[in-house]
Design a protein around this ligand. Sequence first.
Ligand SMILES: [Zn+2]
Ligand SMILES: [Zn+2]
Length: 646
Amino acid sequence: MATTAFDRVGGDKSVVVARVNGELKDLSTIVSDSDVVEPVTVDTPEGLAVLRHSTAHVLAQAVQDTFPDAKLGIGPPIKDGFYYDFSVDTPFTPEDLEVLEKRMVAIIKAGQRFSRRVVDEAEAVAELAGEPFKLRLIGSEGGADVMEVGGAELTIYDNVDAKTGERCWGDLCRGPHVPDTRYIPQNAIKLMRTAAAYWLGDQKNEQLQRVYGTAWPSKEDLKAYLTFLEEAERRDHRRLGAELDLFSFPDEIGSGLAVFHPKGGVIRRVMEDYSRKRHDEAGYEFVNTPHITKGALFEKSQHLNWYSEGMYPPMQLDTEYDAEGNVRKQGADYYLKPMNCPMHNLIFDARGRSYRELPLRLFEFGTVYRYEKSGVVQGLTRARGFTQDDAHIYCTKEQMPTELDGLLTFVLDLLRDYGLNDFYLELSTRDPEKSVGSDEIWAEATETLRIAAEKQGLELVLDEGGAAFYGPKISVQAKDAIGRTWQMSTIQVDFNLPELFDLQYQASDGTRQRPVMIHRALFGSIERFFAVLLEHYAGAFPPWLAPVQVIGIPITEAHNEYMYDVAGKLRAAGIRVEVDSSDDRMQKKIRTAQKSKVPYMLIAGDEDAQAGAVSFRYRDGTQKNGVPIDEAIAEIVASVDSRIQV
Ligand SMILES: [Zn+2]
Ligand SMILES: [Zn+2]
């Protein structure tokens, strides 16, 4: 009898597929003695994707069992789960999902085998006559990326009943899949939600109904994932932004364009002020540039060549017409700027530069506008208008190592001050197919970045060939309080723009030399960093960033005046303080203050007033009574100055 991959590496339920000579294959694949066969377990990314995709088949079968008229779209695995698209007359309801989930469990319990069958195109077309979308895939719509038909041959996977050997269902797919449905843990799957989706993601195509689901190796994994989702939902910056009255996206202004309310404005100002102070200390020069420019600038920088899709369309200005409406004087196209770099280059080039001025570090909180597609706009993390903490450093080739080294230390120190502590670095290296600049300068810059990165003692991940065409890059990836990774700062070497702008400086020997240019944004954008911090802290900012640092709570109206007095002293010490002099009872005032996530509540009644003291109530609910006012102020000021979380 022929040997299968299962015979070689299967048996343990955690082995879901095999790698045969490097390729992922079903465990039922026939192998020869010379084939290299390795087990792929469900706890690897590939194995997990196979589990999830196999679960998508079970979903599709459950849908067609329950809604026989449903037509099949595609069903790939995705991050944290899978989806399957269906053409149905009415969208699925939450109740439908419950029914489907039960049906899926029944299919899983039946232990149906995933049985692979190679078909030629005519057979596939005949068999799938009732599936218009699958037919279109056979007709090569969707391209080779689609999981259903991407293989070297067309295959149909039949679901075969374990006991009777009867075919229960089948789907056009290139595979591979788990051997049978019992490999899918029935208590570790869940249908999450439905959404409308266009066929193959193209807005011009038919609208289908997408069902999202998830599947995990164990019940515990599923539970941990659902807890994580709940936690992420609780921290969602869009939700917290509304609850804490920090910012909003008014319809009247347009998608992806935020307004910051007073409390959000305070946080933003503190973030900016501290960043400005640090940049000042680190030898940056502050510049300012306009929001719009003539197109000629972006022609020179070539942004209009390769970035025009990300830019707002131009405004034609200054064109003059005669009485007949003929153009008398041609004006120019003006664009909202998507990047600050070209303008900083103009500042560098405004006069001759000497080597003595280098490194020249130009810094700006520069507001840029990018025309993100409406589908990808998301809160403050993917907006259409945002402000970068942008700087461009011009230095000599010899200065590059010291500059990059110092820069990386500066970035990480700054991020730590804002409360992020868990980082890794990613180094994007040259794609030889598309890059400008000589081999030597790439090698040198990449090696310099690598050495600088390694000095930090952080994990360094290589993004081989992932650099932009104009130079290597380091990005700082930061983990937040619930373990999500955010790409924060980028440090990008650029060999291209100095050429395009013909930037020069006079070297010590009198010759004209080209400077190296480094782009760097530490927050990325203020808006995005604001969102990351808001989610990281779940709205409970450390005292130095909190919009209101202290809420004074008089126990009764009789203590209002005393509390205002205390507040005045705090304000004089630079503390942001409010007094809740409403008619609410004390417990209600405490609850209101807790909801606003204020770091400190100071409570005062008769005893405190007589003693010239206050009572602290901290975020964790603990209380400290009878603290003399001066001590209370000193404690709060110290916590603000140290930028610690309380
Ligand atoms: Zn499949
Ligand atoms: Zn730049």
